[in-house]
Design a protein around this ligand. Sequence first.
Ligand SMILES: Cc1cc2nc3c(=O)[nH]c(=O)nc-3n(C[C@H](O)[C@H](O)[C@H](O)COP(=O)(O)OP(=O)(O)OC[C@H]3O[C@@H](n4cnc5c(N)ncnc54)[C@H](O)[C@@H]3O)c2cc1C
Length: 419
Amino acid sequence: MRILVIGAGLSGVTTAWFLQSRGHQVCLLDRQPEVANETSFANGGLLHASHAEPWNAPGVLWQLLRWVGREDSPLLLRPAALPGLMRWGLGFLRYSRPRHYRRSMRHNAALALYSLDVMRTLRRELGLRYDDRQNGILKIFRDTAAMQTAVDNSNQMAEVGLRHTVLQPRQAVALEPALDDCAHELSGAIYYPDDESGDPHLFSRALIEHFRRIGGEVRLETTVSGLQRSGDRLTGVATDHGLLSADRYVLAAGSYSVALAKTAGLRLPIYPVKGYSLTAELPDWRGAPAIPLIDDGNKVVMGMLGHRLRMAGTAEFNGYDRSLGQARSAYVLRQCLKTFPSLGERLGLEQTTPWCGLRPMTMDGPPILGQSRLHDLFLNCGAGHLGWTFACGSGKLVADLVDGSEPALDAGAYSAARF
Ligand SMILES: Cc1cc2nc3c(=O)[nH]c(=O)nc-3n(C[C@H](O)[C@H](O)[C@H](O)COP(=O)(O)OP(=O)(O)OC[C@H]3O[C@@H](n4cnc5c(N)ncnc54)[C@H](O)[C@@H]3O)c2cc1C
């Protein structure tokens, strides 16, 4: 089959790879001059099945209200964004009921664990290198109640295979000596041995080389303006280089999938949630965590990618605004350095490269994968805060559904028909 994949972020690149490697003729297109140049460029770098909880935990409404308009909060809801957020926001709250939340968490965890498995196989088979590390992830807590909630969630996710060990503060320091400075503040930690980390941009570039080598076509600097529909089929994709057609189409345009799907009369419940990262050269690793770290209370993640320290966090609900706010970058840096004060003595904002991206967030948490209401249009979008973790699993699952193979997971859980 001739297959057109729209969007060369992590979701599109992996889907294109799995389809091409099965003998289809795939064309991957993107408006950027390079693959993985938008949200997949400089994210937190964590492949964290341990972090599979959706963001709409029961009680989220009160937290959101507490943080409305506050620049110094991990979750920033700009009042101007409220009108455009209503429909999605109501769904986000509806799915925060405990029953829905637990179900979404399990589906996310199952996909994340599957994805890590697929990633390991791919890395081995293709010899991929992307500043990857396989030394687990450590989640630290300063609040006993928050830690208990995380332990409960991890126990539930253990039912689908998530391994974890609960640690006392001194055990956490023994595992990660860089925590020594803040050990007295910690209430404990959870270690997830199977999680990994790596640079999503390097990964995408490496995989796309293999994709090209086996005959895949990449068309960059090509912007899609709309999908052309006739009845329950797509007849083509309108681009600034003319109309392109294929036997099957995969929409993987991140947060922008919403507007493109709309041109074919489809509604996708995805909202762009902005986040920031900062990257600093750290050749000697001094004072930085050797194990990638999730700081639950300060809502930031940190980890080494080769000789670079990547720090990321914050969630901002402000539509499609992609401006890089210095106050928010400074906030992320401050939150990260609370745990590593000695690092703070030599790391200011001017030593870092700031970046921001839009997480394509569904209103219930899991991504939207598989066939749409249109016969020949498939979706791989809405991975939210887990798009790097899900990339290989989602790419393979969507490839299975496009070419009629039996997927390893229950695909219904991720289908657009669930809304
Ligand atoms: C600060 C931050 C930290 C994060 N940390 C992590 C993490 O540690 N672990 C994790 O698992 N996930 C993380 N994520 C989430 C992850 O980065 C995203 O879920 C993932 O990158 C989404 O990939 P995607 O391919 O779906 O979308 P994108 O990467 O946005 O790709 C979509 C592509 O479509 C293209 N496109 C859009 N519209 C058009 C058009 N009209 N025509 C042509 N091309 C188009 C874009 O150019 C883009 O390349 C983080 C996100 C952020 C913002």
